[in-house]
Every structure is written in structure tokens, then in C-alpha cells.
Write a protein that binds this ligand. Structure first.
Ligand code: HEC
Length: 280
């Protein structure tokens, strides 16, 4: 054991004296405490049960309960997760997996043209033509009506792209031999069909026209026109939309020009009677 220098011992003694602890013990700080502890235990031995019980609290009292550290206190007093939330929490990981799975792109072509068409129709056309195509501000399209006006899809694409003004109020559009007479732009209560060529992409235009023809008006695709994955092709099996989603002719040229007009001649009405004057 190293020698404690005398001046340090003195300082310790003086300090203890100043605190009224009677520092005669010198450097051995433990010495005064030890007899005190022993003194307390000693009386406990003879009077067996009663004394220790009394002694124990007496011993605890002098040391005030240490304040809990804030983080322990927070842990003890924080709100517990409510019992009912447990099933929710248990299902969260399952939900996360399902959700992640649903983010993977749906099969291309299977977000079918018809599904897209139904969405575009609901957003852009149903307000005037009715949700089921029964008509309203706009002409009825359902129940084969639109097929009578447009036996071919190409002139219908043009009509929807350019609207009544593109046809010219007073001009006929669609099949000149339509039953009941060719439809004349502006003749339906004076209401006008807006032009959608600038509003919709070619893909949307094609899709919504398909929706009106096939879903609302009941047109059936036959032969090569029924392409794979629900796509619609020309009767010669050529695509209407190119890889970039643009409407194209069977030769791959743009089907509609910048103003929305057809770039190719489409024979209107029955091929047997071309050039027949309108209105029968
Ligand atoms: C603001 C009302 C309005 C909206 C919106 C509208 N249409 Fe029309 N649509 C009309 C009117 C009115 C006519 C009749 C045009 C005329 O007589 O000049 C018409 C006619 C048509 C026709 C011709 C029907 C026939 O047998 O003559 C087609 C096809 C058509 N609309 C498709 C569409 C499509 C597709 C959309 C949505 C992209 C659409 N319309 C949105 C009012 C509307």
C-alpha cells in the first residue's frame, strides 16, 4: 500500500472535523461507518422478529429514493399499444407483401384496350351520352346505334377526333345510307359533339371508340380482327396502333392528320352502292 502524504491526511481530517464527523480516524474513511453498521445489526439478533422489521425501514429512510432516469420514467408511464390494435399490427406485414405485389405492372395488353376505353368513356363521354350509352345531351350510342352510323371504325375515329364543327354544321357524317337517314352535324337538338383529337391520345381515342362499338353497341370482332390479348386488328390482321401508340394505316402511316381527318379513303356504307346520294 502506498503511503498517503501527511498533508492530504490532514486536509481530510480538517474537512471531517468541519463537517462534525470527528475525523480522528485519519485516512481510514471506512472505519467510522463499519462500527455503526455493526451496531445496528447487533440488537437485531436477540429480539428476533420485531426488531429487524423496524430496523429495515429505518435503514432505507436515510437514502432518499433515487429519482428514476427520464428514459425509465418514460418507459413506465408511456401509453401501451391498445389491445385491439394487435390484429391490425399482425396483419401489416401481410398487407405490405400484398401491396408490393399489386404494384408490379399488370400484364401488358391485359389492361385491355376495352378497360382503358371504359375509363375514358366514364371520364369524358358519359356526361353527355349516358353511362350505358343511352343518350342525353349527346346521341344514343348503345344497342347498335353507333354501328348504324359508322359501319367502319375508321370514320368513327375521325368523327370523335374532329367533332360536329370538324364535320361542319349541316353536313352529313357516317353512313349515307343509314336507316332513317344519314346523321347531320348539329341536328340533335342543336347540340354539338366536342372534338377530342387534341384532348385524347391516339391510344385513348381508339380505346374509347372500341368501348362504344363493342361494349355499348355490341359489335363482335371476327376473324383476324380479334387480336391476341384482346387487342383489335384490321380485318387483314394489321395493328391500328403502332409501337408508339399512334393510330396508323395498314401501311404504317398516320391514320389521322394533324386536324384529325382521315388520311385514307374509307368506302362509306355498303360497298354495293358507292356514291349513292345521302338520305336514300
Ligand atoms: C358535351 C356533350 C358531349 C360529350 C362530352 C361527348 N359527346 Fe359525343 N355527341 C354529342 C352530341 C351533341 C352528338 C351529336 C352531334 C351532332 O349532331 O352534331 C354526339 C355524337 C356522337 C357520336 C355520333 C353518334 C351518331 O350515331 O351520330 C359519337 C360516336 C360520339 N358522340 C362519341 C363520343 C365520345 C367517344 C365521347 C367521349 C370521348 C363523346 N362523344 C363525348 C355530345 C357529346
Amino acid at each position: 500500500m502506498t503511503e498517503v502524504p501527511e498533508h492530504l491526511l490532514k486536509r481530510s481530517r480538517d474537512r471531517r472535523a468541519a463537517l462534525g464527523l470527528g475525523g480522528e480516524g485519519g485516512g481510514e474513511a471506512a472505519t467510522p461507518a463499519a462500527p455503526a453498521a455493526g451496531a445496528e445489526v447487533e440488537p437485531a439478533t436477540p429480539t428476533a422478529a420485531a426488531k429487524p422489521a423496524a430496523a429495515a425501514p429505518a435503514e432505507v429512510e436515510p437514502t432518499p429514493p433515487e429519482p428514476l432516469p427520464p428514459y425509465v420514467e418514460a418507459a413506465l408511464t408511456r401509453k401501451r399499444i391498445p389491445f385491439w390494435a394487435m390484429p391490425v399490427l399482425a396483419i401489416l406485414p401481410v398487407w405490405a407483401i400484398l401491396y408490393a405485389g399489386s404494384l408490379s405492372p399488370a400484364k401488358v395488353g391485359q389492361v385491355s384496350q376495352l378497360d382503358l376505353g371504359a375509363q375514358v368513356y366514364a371520364a369524358r363521354c358519359a356526361s353527355c351520352h349516358g353511362g350505358g350509352g343511352g343518350g342525353g345531351v349527346g346521341r344514343p350510342l348503345a344497342g347498335g346505334e353507333v354501328l348504324k352510323t359508322f359501319p367502319d371504325i375508321e370514320s368513327m375515329l375521325e368523327f370523335v377526333a374532329i367533332g360536329s364543327d370538324g364535320i361542319g354544321i349541316g353536313n352529313g357524317y357516317g353512313d349515307p345510307n343509314r336507316e332513317g337517314g344519314q346523321h347531320i352535324a348539329g341536328s340533335y337538338n342543336g347540340n354539338k359533339m366536342p372534338a377530342f383529337g387534341e384532348v385524347l391520345t391516339d391510344t385513348e381515342l381508339f380505346a374509347v371508340v372500341r368501348h362504344e362499338r363493342e361494349t355499348l353497341s355490341g359489335e363482335k370482332l371476327e376473324g383476324q380482327a380479334a387480336g391476341p390479348d384482346g387487342t383489335r386488328l384490321t380485318s387483314n390482321g394489321k395493328p391500328y396502333l403502332d409501337a408508339a401508340g399512334q393510330l396508323v394505316t395498314p401501311d404504317g402511316q398516320p391514320l389521322l392528320d394533324a386536324s384529325g381527318k382521315l388520311t385514307i379513303e374509307i368506302a362509306q356504307g355498303s360497298p354495293a352502292e358507292p356514291g349513292q346520294p345521302s338520305g336514300r
